[in-house]
Design a protein around this ligand. Sequence first.
Ligand code: HEC
Ligand code: HEC
Ligand code: HEC
Ligand code: HEC
Length: 223
Amino acid sequence: MNTRLTIGLVVASTVVGFAVVSFRLVAPASASPVTAVATMSTYVIPILGGTPEYIGAKKCKKCHLKSFKSWETSGKAKSMDSLKPGNKADVKSKYGLDPTKDYTTDGNCLACHTTGYGKEGGYALVEDEKAAKKMEALAGIGCESCHGPGGTYIDLHEEIMKLKRKYKSEEMHAAGMWRIDKDRCASCHNEKSPTYDKDNPIDVAKVKNHGAHARFPLEQREE
Ligand code: HEC
Ligand code: HEC
Ligand code: HEC
Ligand code: HEC
């Protein structure tokens, strides 16, 4: 693709993106922004992407119940528990951590033990109750730690669900869903982890259950 065409595309998509944003803002309550966004999202989201906001694993549950239930029982979902005092005492002692200490408010641990810590809409330490409630959904290593912040691609998934149409994986990634390779896993599985076993690390490339959930066949995906 030559430079001029690229610039043209960026400009065009920005304009379309603007149209959707302004539509959302100016639409009267009686109009149905949901329908409009659903029909437009096919063209807009793959080029532009939505907001890079973390929305929490519970938002994925209604459509991906089997993956959710499988994940729920994994160490990934419970990774905050490992930071609580008393839990995993043996491992902590072995690696020079204090088994009696509460690490659940330690930013050095939350970076890898929660979803999107320090990123827009991701896990954060908050005071007020309502915000804290939202954070519960982001405690632990949720779907979005590997698949990327749902705000970018959720509209597309809704649309594919609603129309029961076929899609290509490429479309998902263009909308902002991350590709998952061993580097993605290595963003947490590395020597910065205090419990990383240099001599015998978890071989993330060989983990069959994706490190978080059993695999289920996709029916609408074309390739
Ligand atoms: C956001 C950080 C993060 C990412 C990304 C990540 N992991 Fe992990 N992983 C962890 C943490 C933290 C634990 C320890 C969980 C606990 O507290 O028990 C863990 C544990 C594991 C375990 C041990 C079994 C278990 O469930 O506790 C396996 C296997 C594993 N991860 C594989 C993977 C694979 C494969 C990928 C990539 C597809 C991956 N991980 C991506 C942070 C991550
Ligand atoms: C760079 C990412 C990263 C950071 C930072 C991190 N962890 Fe972890 N943690 C992991 C990963 C990945 C695992 C899985 C085992 C491994 O490879 O270390 C894990 C596993 C653990 C486990 C063992 C769980 C089990 O079932 O065996 C404990 C306990 C733990 N972490 C506590 C902490 C504490 C406390 C801190 C902060 C002082 C911390 N971690 C910071 C990534 C991280
Ligand atoms: C530790 C990383 C990790 C986490 C956390 C995670 N996944 Fe996945 N997921 C994967 C990997 C790896 C694949 C395979 C992707 C591929 O082949 O490109 C996958 C595939 C999928 C698929 C495609 C069908 C299949 O089973 O292969 C769906 C749907 C899915 N994940 C949903 C979820 C949902 C919902 C959650 C949260 C409840 C979640 N994932 C959490 C790593 C993860
Ligand atoms: C409104 C329903 C709905 C919601 C909510 C939803 N999805 Fe999906 N998602 C779908 C449908 C439908 C498919 C295609 C399933 C098929 O082909 O069988 C899909 C496919 C996927 C795939 C496979 C992508 C590929 O490469 O083919 C992944 C991974 C995934 N979703 C993750 C998530 C995550 C993570 C969340 C939450 C942030 C989420 N989804 C929320 C409906 C949804």
